[in-house]
Design a protein around this ligand. Structure first.
Ligand SMILES: Nc1ncnc2c1ncn2[C@@H]1O[C@H](COP(=O)(O)OP(=O)(O)OP(=O)(O)O)[C@@H](O)[C@H]1O
Ligand code: SF4
Ligand SMILES: [Mg+2]
Length: 321
């Protein structure tokens, strides 16, 4: 079956801080999101998650590589051809405030994409708005309010509803729950799962939070310095992550879960500068198992059944430092 989204050897450079330098934000990334699947993109700040999400929707042009939406290469399309595809691919951001016009009533916020992208008349638009408000559990009385009169959780429901109005095939969600408190976060995640079952939409879900990944994602892609270090089915990676970086991330975030008997790997130091990429493994400067080979050679991303991993010593014992 054709993937909803396929990224093929994607590279993205930005101009660097000084003349002649480049920020290597994304370095040869390939993965796909199947129809109806949720793939989580995780990694520390600066690892390239947002850049990849924007590239997936061609909100950002890439330096090299290809992006395929349902099998169609969209990297060479003109702006107007991309505009025609916008209804099929949408993005939801961390802060719904930033993208909602404060002077528009919620009803108009939801109507706008229908006016822009569909030939529907006013009565059909109204029916869609009411139906969508029900699906995202927004009371009908909220439709006549302005954004400032809604809570953060309600606003994020509006942002989701707006993204889904045109029945997209792919939605990129960039930290959609990280500005919400825990109980509201759980409600939004449940809602996302419900909506996915109803509409077979695919999600590329960007997050720092592994707890969220476990609840929502079928597969997980772990990024480090703009490259995939490990990817695979969520259950399998949670059971047995093998890349030292993934294990350090898990150790940092999940150590309070007393049911999990996990090694302790302390993540020290910072991600190297994306302006001067290290010669060898990009994690070597922080990896407890690094040796001379790791510092000199870059490990290739190797596929072993459903899992991909870029490490010379996957699963190596890591002593806590
Ligand atoms: N427009 C830009 N110009 C120059 N550098 C950029 C630009 N956008 C992103 N970068 C750089 O690209 C790298 C990846 O950034 P990106 O925002 O994709 O990371 P992220 O994983 O989303 O981080 P966070 O978790 O903080 O949101 C970073 O080094 C960032 O500074
Ligand atoms: S290749 Fe070496 S430095 Fe890189 S993660 Fe594996 S063991 Fe650590
Ligand atoms: Mg980001």
């Amino acid at each position: 079956m054709t993937a909803a989204l396929q990224l093929d050897q994607v590279v993205k450079h930005f101009p660097g801080p000084r003349r002649g330098t480049r920020v290597h934000a994304v370095n040869d990334v390939s993965f796909s999101v199947a129809s109806g699947e949720t793939v989580a993109l995780v990694g520390e700040s600066g690892s390239g998650k947002t850049t990849l999400g924007r590239i997936a929707l061609q909100l950002e042009r890439l330096t090299s590589g290809r992006v395929l939406l349902e099998g169609r290469d969209i990297t060479q399309l003109s702006q107007s051809a991309l505009r025609a595809l916008r209804p099929h691919m949408q993005m939801v951001f961390q802060d719904p405030w930033a993208t909602l016009n404060p002077r528009m009533r919620i009803r108009s916020v939801l109507e706008e994409p229908l006016k822009l992208h569909t030939p529907l008349g006013a009565p059909e638009r109204l029916a869609r708005i009411v139906g969508m408000a029900e699906r995202v559990h927004l009371g009908g009385s909220l439709l006549d309010r302005f954004p400032a009169q809604l809570s953060g959780g309600q606003l994020q429901r509006v942002a989701l509803a707006r993204a889904l109005m045109t029945q997209p095939r792919l939605v990129v969600l960039d930290e959609p729950t990280s500005s919400l408190d825990l109980s509201v976060r759980a409600e939004i995640l449940e809602l996302l799962a419900e909506l996915r079952v109803q509409s077979q939409v695919s999600y590329l879900f960007i997050t720092h939070d592994l707890g969220t990944v476990r609840l929502i994602a079928d597969r997980i892609v772990v990024l480090y310095l703009g490259a995939i270090v490990e990817s695979g089915p969520t259950a399998q990676i949670f059971k047995q992550a093998r890349h030292p970086y993934t294990r350090a991330l898990f150790s940092a975030q999940l150590s309070t879960d007393v049911r999990e008997r996990r090694e302790r790997v302390v993540l020290q130091g910072e991600i190297p500068s994306p302006v001067n990429l290290p010669r060898g493994c990009s994690f070597a400067g922080r990896c407890p198992a690094a040796d001379d080979r790791c510092r000199a050679e870059r490990p290739a991303l190797v596929t072993e059944s459903a899992v991909q991993i870029a490490c010379f010593k996957p699963g190596v014992a890591l002593a806590a430092r």
